[in-house]
Design a binder for this molecule. Structure first.
Ligand SMILES: [Fe+2]
Ligand SMILES: [Fe+2]
Length: 296
C-alpha cells in the first residue's frame, strides 16, 4: 500500500469517527430535550423504549446499523411532542377530544421533519414516522399494514404501549415504587397483576395492533427481565462499588435537571462515567439506591 493510500485511509477513518461522535452528540442533545415531556412517567419513557427496542433488535440478530437505527428511533420516537401542552402529554388517545387527537397525531410528522434535517438520522426519522401504524392497517399516519410497516416501527409500537401501560400515571405515588422497597420481590408482587393484564392485552392484540411474531418475542423478553431481578435487594451502594450489570432502583438527575440514570435501567460504563462527574461536583450523593444480589 502506498503512503498516500494509507494517509487517505487514516483521514477517512478519522472523519468517520468524528461523524459518529457528531451523530451521537446530536442524539444526546435531543434526548435531553425530550426528557422535558416525560413528567408523567415514573421513569424515563424514551430511554426505556430505546433500550428495550434495541434488545428486541438484538434478539432478532439484526446487524449493528439496524440496531443503532431502532435504538435511536425508540429513544426519540416521541420527539415531535416537544412543545405539546400538558393535557396532550398526560391524556391517553382514548381520552382525547377529536381535535386533541388530530393534534396528537401530528407528533409523528413533526418528529420526522425534525430528524430529516440531519442526514445521518433520516433512517431513524422514517421509523419514527411509522411508530403508530398498526399491523391490521388501522393506525396512523398512512394506515400501512403488516410488512409495509418498517420492522423497527413494529417493535417500537409494542414496547411503547407496554411502557405506557406499566409506568405512565397522573398520580405517580400510586405506582408501586421500587425505590421504596427493601427487595425486588415485593415490587414484582405488587406489579404482577398489572403486568399480567398488560401482557394479556398485548396477546389479544396480535394481528390487530401488533405483529404476532414480535409479540411472542417481546413477552419472552419482558418475562425474563422480571425474573432477572427476583431475589434482588434494594441497597444504598457507594459509587465506587457500583458495577455494570447492576440495576438502578431510583432515577438520578444532574443539578440542572438532566436525567443521568434511569430507574430500572442496567448500569453501563457510559452512565457510570456521567455519575462520577455528578458525584465529584456534589450534584448527587455518593451512595445510590441500587438493585443488587446478596454479594454486594
Ligand atoms: Fe408516539
Ligand atoms: Fe411513547
Amino acid at each position: 500500500m502506498s503512503n498516500n493510500t494509507k494517509e487517505l485511509e487514516e483521514i477517512i477513518e478519522k472523519l468517520g469517527t468524528q461523524l459518529a461522535n457528531n451523530v451521537y452528540d446530536t442524539i444526546k442533545t435531543l434526548q435531553f430535550s425530550l426528557d422535558l415531556t416525560e413528567r408523567y412517567y415514573e421513569n424515563s419513557h424514551s430511554r426505556y423504549v430505546g433500550d428495550l427496542s434495541a434488545k428486541m433488535a438484538k434478539l432478532l440478530s439484526l446487524d449493528e446499523e439496524d440496531i443503532f437505527v431502532i435504538k435511536t428511533a425508540g429513544l426519540l420516537h416521541d420527539i415531535g411532542k416537544i412543545g405539546f401542552r400538558d393535557t396532550a402529554l398526560f391524556k391517553s388517545p382514548s381520552e382525547m377530544t377529536t381535535r386533541e387527537f388530530k393534534q396528537y397525531k401530528l407528533h409523528v410528522d413533526i418528529g420526522r421533519e425534525m430528524l430529516y434535517n440531519h442526514r445521518a438520522l433520516q433512517a431513524v426519522a422514517d421509523v419514527i414516522y411509522q411508530h403508530h401504524e398498526n399491523f391490521d392497517g388501522t393506525g396512523f399516519p398512512e394506515k400501512l399494514h403488516k410488512n409495509q410497516i418498517l420492522l423497527g416501527a413494529r417493535i417500537i409500537n409494542i414496547v411503547d404501549f407496554f411502557h405506557n401501560a406499566m409506568h405512565k400515571s397522573m398520580n405517580v405515588s400510586s405506582i408501586a415504587d421500587i425505590s421504596q422497597k427493601t427487595n425486588a420481590t415485593d415490587y414484582l408482587q405488587e406489579t404482577q397483576r398489572k403486568f399480567d393484564n398488560v401482557i394479556e392485552y398485548i396477546e389479544d392484540q396480535k394481528n390487530i395492533r401488533f405483529d404476532p411474531e414480535l409479540v411472542h418475542l417481546f413477552i419472552k423478553l419482558v418475562e425474563s427481565e422480571r425474573k432477572k431481578i427476583e431475589g434482588y435487594l434494594v441497597k444504598r451502594i457507594h459509587i465506587t462499588n457500583i458495577k455494570p450489570g447492576m440495576i438502578f432502583a431510583d432515577s438520578y438527575y444532574s443539578s440542572s435537571g438532566l436525567l443521568i440514570a434511569n430507574k430500572g435501567e442496567v448500569v453501563v460504563n457510559e452512565t457510570l462515567r456521567a455519575l462520577y462527574r455528578c458525584v465529584e461536583s456534589n450534584q448527587i450523593p455518593q451512595k445510590l439506591l441500587m438493585l443488587a444480589d446478596n454479594s454486594y
